[in-house]
Design a protein around this ligand. Structure first.
Ligand code: FEO
Length: 398
């Protein structure tokens, strides 16, 4: 099936409704995803990216219904991860000599994945490919999100093919941003940014600045996952500028795990204190052991203050909190404050361990945290409520 994007530009990708995990267990995909491949039927015939290898045979079979594969003149590989290049081995079996345009790093990555010496043509920012009355302009975009990534821009139709950037793991047969549920779309877009692009935020801002300075008219952004932004494509660029600029909402997020409810009681009473102090603050409480880790990362991304709690076990912390802290470490969050809490019995290491990890991850610790020996009693919980109130004061005096 092909879907018209504009004039001679066609979507020939794959909708994947069933995907629930991506990159192994790294990323949850509650709404599936799409692998967007594009066929440009200008004087020259161009294929931009393919699909995940799992759908390679289906992709090739569908593509053959749209074009005699031998008539494809150029293949553009914007990014070599398997979800975009997975059908290339099967395609290149049929058209082995056709040129494959990609970055130098793209060549390394494609060779590393498939061990084939295809007819690679390395390109860099500013290089152009004439495809008839229009041109493709290449723009390297390293670390958006891997070193090999590039965008390309189609003159005449004013389309930016942005690969992973501006994408979402969001499956829809409707394919265009004006035809889908906006709340779902932006929830998936911010989750994608928070979990994948946060560490590269400075590069996101730089790349957007560079693209804007080229003064290229922009009608459509064709991503490699999720919807095509044809209605006001600048809206997602504007969102990326906000998200890449140490983004915060008026939110405090409390994440804990608990053995015998003591640490849960602390979490909920801190939340009570926050609510009593200022009902306009969004306060959210999650048990890490039964909440999706990528949803937690998205909530952290939105927060001004993050509270993390675990009881001490075996002189350490509970597994769910340990895993989350490790995930946080790689994301390089900016401008976030943090606070740790937890119960303990015979040893009281958990709060210190959480504090050390959050500090190493660049969070600004608000205090030494709350340690409660055994279960919190009524008096302790009253003090915890007061701590919640104080957190609001600290947040508002910043
Ligand atoms: Fe969608 Fe980096 O792969």
């Amino acid at each position: 099936m092909k879907i018209n994007v504009k004039n001679n530009v066609w979507w020939v990708g794959k909708t994947d409704w069933e995907l629930r995990k991506f990159h192994g267990d790294e990323l949850s995909t509650h709404h599936g995803t799409t692998y967007n491949s594009y066929l440009l039927l200008e004087e020259k015939k161009v294929l931009i990216d393919t699909v995940w290898s799992k759908y390679s045979a289906e992709f090739i079979s569908n593509l053959e219904k749209e074009i005699d594969l031998k008539k494809i003149d150029y293949i553009i590989s914007c990014h070599a991860e398997n979800d975009h290049s997975g059908a290339m081995p099967a395609l290149m079996e049929i058209i082995p000599d056709k040129p494959v345009y990609c970055t130098e790093n793209g060549i390394k990555s494609l060779k590393g994945h498939y061990h084939k010496d295809w007819n690679f043509v390395p390109v860099k920012t500013g290089d152009k490919l004439n495809i008839g009355s229009k041109e493709l302009i290449f723009i390297q975009a390293p670390m958006l999100h891997w070193p090999d990534t590039m965008f390309c821009y189609l003159t005449g139709d004013n389309i930016l093919f942005s690969n992973d950037a501006f994408g979402q793991h969001y499956c829809s047969e409707n394919l265009f941003n004006d035809l889908v549920d906006h709340e779902e779309l932006f929830n998936e877009a911010i989750k994608y940014f928070a979990n994948i692009l946060t560490p590269f935020s400075p590069l996101v801002l730089k790349k957007i600045e560079e693209f804007v300075s080229l003064n290229l008219p922009l009608d459509i952004i064709c991503t490699s996952h999720g919807v095509i932004w044809r209605d006001n494509p600048m809206q997602i660029i504007q969102k990326y500028i906000e998200w890449a600029s140490a983004y915060q909402q008026n939110q405090i997020t409390i994440i804990y795990d608990t053995m015998w409810n003591g640490t849960r009681l602390i979490a909920e009473n801190i939340a009570k204190g926050i609510r009593l102090s200022d009902e306009n603050i969004i306060v959210k409480v999650f048990n890490a052991s039964n909440t999706d880790k990528n949803d937690l990362i998205t909530e952290i991304f939105k927060s001004k203050i993050v509270l993390i709690g675990s009881p001490t076990i075996n002189k350490g912390i509970l597994y769910s909190i340990g895993g989350l802290l490790e995930f946080i470490k790689g994301l390089n969050f900016k401008n976030k404050k943090a606070f740790a809490f937890g119960c303990y019995g015979w040893h009281s290491e958990s709060v210190d361990i959480i504090n050390a990890s959050l500090k190493a991850s660049g969070f600004d610790l608000l205090s030494e945290g709350i340690k409660v020996n055994w279960e919190p009693d009524e008096n302790t919980l009253k003090q915890v409520v007061e701590t919640g109130k104080k957190l609001v004061t600290l947040m508002q005096t910043e």
